[in-house]
Design a protein around this ligand. Structure first.
Ligand code: UDP
Length: 399
């Protein structure tokens, strides 16, 4: 389902659609290929699934390629991602070789001929070794503010071969001899994940998921990963539960190719124990409507990440008029306006304190939710993102 640009007129800030139409005239017919690792699962795929068809509908020859790899490769790149986000990891010479071999193999099979090639995250970064033509940009979605040095030095060898790099936040940038740009990710208000839902639709989905709506619902939607701190969310819920009768829903999936998912899910189930008010949902990859309904049915949304690139789930919930209580990690603090649209916290105790404060002030929940939606409208909608990418295409693919 691709919405036409006109459908965003009533949603995006005034003038946005006209601006995009003018901008797209300047880049019609130019080619733009994106490369990442998965079609579903995680924020990068979420964005590409929406942006690529939109660009096509505006006359850009936009494409999306996915690198193919074996599990061993994804185990290595998971280690890379963890190390780049500051976690201690051991990466052997053999692992680096696996990484390079898979990149080399993909360079031969993928169609990377385009005016602008945008390579997302570390997994396909070494493809640049095999570049033939066009402008190449490395788009990093991770928090690499404090990377494990050895892994960054390795990756940096490839990053410097790009023409530019894009980061989601200013403090993720690194010392690089190439231009660096700041672009925030975005959500699509017309996707199944975010479109308006009738109350009856929300209720039907909640019934199907077997989640009663008899008491306030706290929700976190995340891949089951330690950096998302689902166990910390359960701790916060337990502290709240002493004072408020509420439910907790932890909805997520293991993430495609993610070697950590099963183990984290087991930890979450153990921490949840037999509490009938904790719902641990394992969702299939395309559960967009379910996530939409959960976010709408929630009273308060939590995103208690310890490390985060941007955290699209925060904007998704804010767009649905929910206050969000988030960890101070990565882009979460860039989305939440403290005390206006939600709160950032450092611990399960901090999260519990803020949740209790909101549950004690139902009027505040509504007011914060309203402010949250407005903040997303102005800053984090796909229309803004589209403008950023069209501009890059104009700048980098010739006059
Ligand atoms: N998501 C999903 N199913 C899940 C868990 C998450 O579709 O089981 C979606 C979520 O709604 C959001 C994206 O995946 O659109 C996660 O993006 P975010 O930036 O929050 O985190 P990432 O997974 O990229 O670290």
């Amino acid at each position: 389902m691709t919405a036409s640009l006109d459908e965003y007129r009533e949603i995006a800030p005034k003038g946005t659609v006209d601006f995009l139409c003018r901008l797209s005239e300047l880049v019609k017919g130019r080619s733009f290929v994106n490369v990442n690792t998965v079609r579903y699962g995680g924020g990068v795929a979420e964005i590409l699934r929406r942006l690529v068809p939109m660009m096509k509908s505006l006359g850009v020859e936009a494409r999306w390629e996915i690198i193919a790899g074996v599990q061993e490769f994804f185990d290595v790149t998971k280690r890379f991602a963890n190390a780049l986000q500051g976690q201690e990891q051991t990466i052997t010479e053999e692992m680096y070789q696996t990484y390079l071999q898979i990149n080399q193999r993909n360079a031969q099979t993928l169609n990377l001929e385009a005016d602008l090639v945008m390579v997302h995250d570390p997994q396909p970064a070494a493809l640049v070794e095999h570049r033939k033509k066009g402008t190449w940009i490395w788009r990093c979605h991770l928090d690499i503010a404090q990377p494990q040095r050895r892994v960054w030095s390795f990756l940096r060898r490839y990053v410097v071969k790009y023409d530019a790099a894009i980061f989601s936040l200013p403090h993720f940038t690194q010392r690089l001899p190439i231009p660096q740009f700041l672009i925030h990710p975005s959500i699509d208000p017309l996707s199944h994940k975010n479109r308006e839902l009738a109350r009856s639709e929300v209720h039907a989905i909640m019934d199907r998921l077997q989640i009663p709506r008899d008491k306030p619902i706290l929700l976190q939607v995340s891949r089951f990963e330690r950096f998302k701190d689902p166990v910390g969310v359960i701790q916060a819920y337990r502290l709240v539960k002493k004072h408020h009768n509420c439910r907790l829903v932890l909805a997520g999936s293991g993430g495609t190719h993610d070697p950590e998912g099963e183990a984290v899910l087991a930890e979450v189930r153990e921490a949840a124990g037999r509490d009938p008010d904790i719902h641990v949902l394992q969702l299939p990859p395309e559960a967009d409507l379910e996530i939409n309904a959960l976010q709408r049915a929630a009273t308060i949304v939590i995103q208690k990440s310890l490390k985060e690139g941007f955290g699209l789930t925060v904007s998704e919930a804010m767009w649905k008029g929910k206050p969000v209580i988030g960890g101070t990690a990565g882009g979460i603090a860039a989305q939440i306006i403290e005390d206006v649209t939600g709160y950032t916290v450092h611990s399960p105790e901090g999260a519990a304190f803020r949740i209790r404060h909101l549950l004690n002030n139902p009027g505040l929940i509504g007011r914060m939710g309203g402010a949250a939606r407005e903040h997303v409208r102005r800053n984090f909608l796909i229309t803004r993102h589209l403008g950023d990418y069209l501009t890059l295409l104009k700048i980098f693919s010739g006059p």
